[in-house]
Design a protein around this ligand. Sequence first.
Ligand code: ZN
Length: 141
Amino acid sequence: MSAVPRLKLAVLACMDARISVYGLLGLQKGDAHVIRNAGGAVTDDAIRSLSVSQHLLGTREIVLIHHDDCGMRKFTDTEFARRLETQTGIRPGWAAETFTDPVRDVRQCIARLRASPFLPHTNVVRGYVLSERTGELAEVP
Ligand code: ZN
């Protein structure tokens, strides 16, 4: 099996343990890169992985998956930074990337991807919000 994803697709999704990206999108082993982090945020590290995916492994499309019942909506960047500072004495140099509105956050993530000089293929970027209530995956227009 080739290491090049069959569908030339990279997925960036929230790490929420209840979400199976493969099940949700009907993907099989070998189809896509699946990158996951808290919230499915477009961080520098997500861009690092997407850069390798596009430059070295031939992916051409990006799918973002956020969800309604995301834990990243339940606190703020400031609260989390304070908590870490209180417990460790060190304030993190990164933001937790919390958000309130998942649709707005998907739009912001798409804009961040398109603004990255390291990603040559951002014509086909689709963002979705999963509703836990209905099980529906809605594309963000
Ligand atoms: Zn989440």
